[in-house]
Design a protein around this ligand. Structure first.
Ligand code: MN
Ligand code: MN
Length: 291
């Protein structure tokens, strides 16, 4: 049975905003640009369009595959030759879109093979989408596109279904074959996100990447934390979004009780590229919402 999300038009609108935020971010990632300012400009754009960021703008570099967002004190700049994943999300009342692309800072062409691999892989995956398709068919297509470039998929990062206020819902979309027995259903919203590397093909956990998430509502007695939960619910957020000193301190004290995300780092020290689109599963194909 088809199970399209309620208010489909808000999912489409969130996705249009996320897609434009991605393109804005790709253009801002230039030599000498402050990482924190780029993240803030992406997130401000999303808010100015009437949506909210679904998670902090991820600006992971080089061997970092995902989950780095600048801290409030980050004063580092992008450098020529950095391979940057601009991974952004927007939501409208919990209708979430998630999209990413990779760019080489300074416009060099050192990493054209990696970037080409994920561009081709995400399109190959999208090309297999239709109601009832085996998730493994997408994985096979993604993996083959990356192998054709002589590279490896990152096997322990996956795409995912999305539900209201839930960025990673029930199903995973592996970037390597033989890992899923599931099928896609009509009306599901799915993020397809291949990662390719010239390294080992797996990520491990690095340092804290400044991204946290409530697993559960905090105790009502904790007023500052409750206010934060009211703003972010169970979606990922970051200290940059908490300018209030009392709330920032409460957040710091509560860090161990929240889910905190480490940066994902390629285990063989390989560089990593990523491309991602959010799509809607239709009877005979995909509607690419974040195009
Ligand atoms: Mn995603
Ligand atoms: Mn993403």
């Amino acid at each position: 049975m088809a199970k399209y999300p309620e208010s489909l038009e808000s999912w489409r609108e969130a996705a249009r905003i996320a897609g434009r935020a991605r393109e804005l971010g790709l253009g801002l990632v230039t030599p000498g640009a402050l990482r924190r300012e780029v993240a803030e400009r992406i997130e401000s754009f999303i808010r100015s369009e009437g949506a909210e960021p679904a998670f902090p703008a991820n600006l992971s570099r080089n061997v970092e595959a995902a989950h780095y967002t600048p801290s409030p004190e980050d004063d580092a700049v992008f450098e020529v030759g950095d391979l940057v994943k601009v991974d952004v999300g927007a939501h409208l009342n919990g209708a979430i879109a998630d999209t990413a692309m990779t760019v080489e800072v300074g416009g060099g062409r050192q990493y054209q093979n990696l970037i080409g691999a994920v561009r081709e892989a995400v399109e190959a995956g999208i090309g297999r989408v239709r109601a009832g398709v085996a998730v493994n068919d997408l994985s096979l297509a993604i993996e083959a596109a990356i192998h054709r470039r002589g590279l490896k998929p990152v096997t322990n990062l996956t795409g995912h279904t999305i539900e209201r206020y839930l960025l990673h819902a029930g199903k995973s979309i592996p970037n390597a074959s033989g890992m899923s027995a599931e099928r896609l259903e009509e009306g599901e919203v799915v993020a397809i996100e291949p990662f390719a590397t010239n390294g080992f093909g797996e990520i491990g956990n690095g340092e804290f990447g400044n991204i946290v998430r409530f697993r559960l509502a905090p105790p009502v007695a904790e007023a500052a934390l409750s206010r934060l939960f009211g703003r972010f619910r169970t979606l990922p957020f970051t200290a940059r979004w908490v300018p209030d000193e009392v709330e920032r301190k409460a957040l710091t004290r509560a860090l161990r009780k929240l889910q905190s995300y480490p940066v994902f780092v390629e285990r063989g020290g390989g560089f990593v590229a990523q491309a991602e689109h959010t799509v809607l599963v239709l009877p005979d194909g995909a509607e690419v919402l974040t195009r």
